[in-house]
Ligand binder design. Structure first.
Ligand SMILES: [Zn+2]
Length: 173
C-alpha cells in the first residue's frame, strides 16, 4: 500500500473507531496515517476484516492443497505418457503383424506364425500388454492409490470452498 499523497509506504496502523447508525454500532472504520506527510485514509473495517480473513483462509487452505495437487498432476501426466507410449507400441506391433499376414509372397508357415502371433496379441490382457511393451510402470502408484489421492484433493478443495462460504456469510458482504 502506498500513500495517495506522497507515495510513502509506511503508516501508523491499527487505528479503529466505530460508526453508529441509528444509535447502534455498525462495524467501523480503520484509519491509516502516513507517517511522512500525515495523509489519512479511511477504510471500512468490515470489508478490511473480511479481506484479511478470506486471504488468510485461502492461503492456509492452499498450503494444504498444493502438495497433494501437484503430486497428483505429476502422476497423472506420467500415467498418460506411459499409456500413450504403450498404445503406440502395441498398435505398431499389430500393424506389423497384419502386414505380414496380408503378404502373399510368404510361406504358409510364416503366414501361420504371424496369424497366430496376431491372435495372441489381440487377446492380451492390459497387464500382458504392459509386459509386452517393456515399459516400466513401477514408478506409478496403483489406480486405487491414485483415486485416493484424487479424493483427498477434492475433499481439501471442498473444505476450502465451505470455509470461504462461511466467511462470506459471516460478513454478509
Ligand atoms: Zn504521505
Amino acid at each position: 500500500m502506498k500513500c495517495t499523497q506522497c507515495g510513502n509506504e509506511t503508516f501508523i496502523e491499527g487505528l479503529r473507531f466505530p460508526i453508529h447508525f441509528d444509535g447502534r454500532m455498525d462495524s467501523g472504520f480503520e484509519m491509516f496515517v502516513c507517517d511522512k506527510c500525515g495523509y489519512v485514509e479511511f477504510f471500512f473495517e468490515k470489508a478490511m476484516d473480511y479481506n484479511r480473513e478470506i486471504n488468510k483462509a485461502i492461503k492456509s487452505h492452499d498450503s494444504m492443497i498444493d502438495g497433494p495437487k501437484q503430486k497428483l498432476a505429476k502422476l497423472r501426466g506420467r500415467a498418460l505418457e506411459l499409456k500413450t507410449e504403450l498404445k503406440r507400441i502395441y498398435e505398431s506391433e499389430v500393424v506389423k503383424l497384419e502386414a505380414i499376414v496380408a503378404n502373399e509372397d510368404i510361406s504358409v508357415k510364416q503366414h501361420k506364425d504371424a496369424q497366430s502371433k496376431l491372435n495372441t496379441i489381440k487377446n492380451l490382457t492390459s497387464r500382458e500388454k504392459r509386459e509386452m511393451s517393456g515399459l516400466d510402470f513401477s514408478e506409478l502408484p496403483s489406480k486405487r492409490e491414485l483415486d485416493r489421492l484424487e479424493h483427498q484433493v477434492k475433499d481439501l478443495e471442498k473444505m476450502k470452498e465451505q470455509d470461504i462460504l462461511a466467511i462470506k456469510r459471516k460478513y454478509d458482504l
